[in-house]
Design a protein around this ligand. Sequence first.
Ligand SMILES: [Zn+2]
Ligand SMILES: [Zn+2]
Length: 143
Amino acid sequence: MSKYIQELMSPQLMGALYLFIAFIVALYLLAIVYVFIDARRRGAQAWWAWGLVSIIPFVGLIAYIALRPGSYQSDREEQELDMALREHQLAQFGSCPNCGTTIEKDFIVCPVCNTQVRNVCPSCHKPLDAHWKVCPYCRTHIQ
Ligand SMILES: [Zn+2]
Ligand SMILES: [Zn+2]
């Protein structure tokens, strides 16, 4: 029996086998490192727990890929920033009804097409929205 095995296990075959095992082990270690890095990057609070799960050969990696948190933390932060910026812009600007140019809070006419976008208080000359009846700055009534 051992003679058979010795004949079967030529040095070339042994070399190939060792290479194959080394490849599998390297793949396994890479998977663990990948899970650690990916879970941290995704902002998972229990990233170290995910790392422990990934130590279970192959099953851990599959479980992680199936259950990992959905989006990257940096993406989420960017989205929140973007939404805050848009809200800020909505509060600050309107747009010209004629050409659509963004109008800043205190613009009276559109800087592009010269359309009047706001009224001016006859008393204190501050810009007023078209539907305002009273100037909020000096209490002058607008006709
Ligand atoms: Zn305009
Ligand atoms: Zn006024």
